[in-house]
Design a binder for this molecule. Structure first.
Ligand code: HEM
Ligand code: HEM
Length: 195
């Protein structure tokens, strides 16, 4: 097919590829923005940046739900033949953990603003008012969600670093098509094991 949409056993289709890079960029951007905005001294700038962080976070949550649905309906390609035993276990576990983080990061962010006694409404891109999550509202609850949100972000930094190093190792050390197949479905060389 000229424009393969779905994944097969040997390659990713365009939907999985586009969602991977769009969400990956947004997630890294959100981490950088999050770390920067809590360090800005101007109250006004901090407020504006937090509203942008919330909007992008809600956009990400929507994209992640689409991605999760697509992934459940589309098995991922198999690993290349010759992949070691450890990686056969570690790779799927790391991917599940990345999916969990993509979902839990925006949800805990949403919970933290919902728990705030300030009750500042969330208005994604000034389009509509996003309702709050039904969580308890108090300074202690907000602090708890905020800590969880921050720890999950630190965990994501570590896991994404390992993930990127693993992808680079496949490309430059092992010379297989694991990175290439996340760039375009037309990189057709099939390194996967025969059935
Ligand atoms: C994948 C999505 C997200 C990522 C990666 C992310 C990441 C971060 C990071 C790294 C911080 C700084 C933590 C610190 O060092 O204290 C932060 C803070 C914050 N995030 Fe997110 N976030 C995401 C989504 C959201 C969403 C959807 C909301 C709300 C709707 C949100 C609300 C906040 C708020 C209000 C803070 C500031 C907390 C404070 O005042 O200390 N985040 N986020
Ligand atoms: C920016 C550098 C990144 C590179 C070079 C990269 C590379 C890759 C590659 C090559 C694969 C395919 C693995 C395979 O064929 O089995 C993959 C899958 C995956 N990546 Fe990334 N990635 C990056 C960023 C991210 C980020 C920031 C996230 C976090 C949201 C992420 C989440 C995932 C997930 C969940 C999968 C599994 C996809 C599936 O099978 O459904 N990646 N990545």
């Amino acid at each position: 097919m000229a424009f393969p949409i779905r994944n097969t056993q040997s390659r990713y289709g365009w939907i999985a590829i586009l969602l991977h890079w769009l969400i990956g960029l947004l997630l890294i951007g959100q981490i950088v923005l999050g770390l920067a905005m809590v360090r800005v001294t101007s109250q006004r700038t901090a407020f504006e940046l937090i509203q942008l962080h919330k909007s992008l976070g809600f956009l990400l949550l929507g994209l992640v739900m689409l991605r999760l649905g697509w992934r459940l309906a589309n098995a991922a390609p198999r690993l290349p033949a010759g992949t070691g035993r450890l990686e056969r276990r570690a790779a799927p576990a790391a991917h599940v953990a990345l999916y969990a983080l993509q979902l839990l990061l925006p949800l805990t962010g949403w919970a933290l603003v919902s728990a705030s006694v300030l009750e500042i409404p969330s208005m994604p891109f000034d389009l509509f008012v996003m309702p709050n999550l039904p969580v308890a509202i108090s300074d202690e609850d907000e602090a708890w969600w905020r800590a969880l949100h921050a720890y999950l972000a630190y965990a994501a930094i570590a896991l994404v670093a390992v993930h990127v190093l693993a992808a680079l190792r496949h490309h430059f050390r092992l010379g297989d098509n694991v990175l290439a197949r996340m760039i375009s479905p037309s990189r057709q060389r099939d390194d996967t094991e025969p059935e």
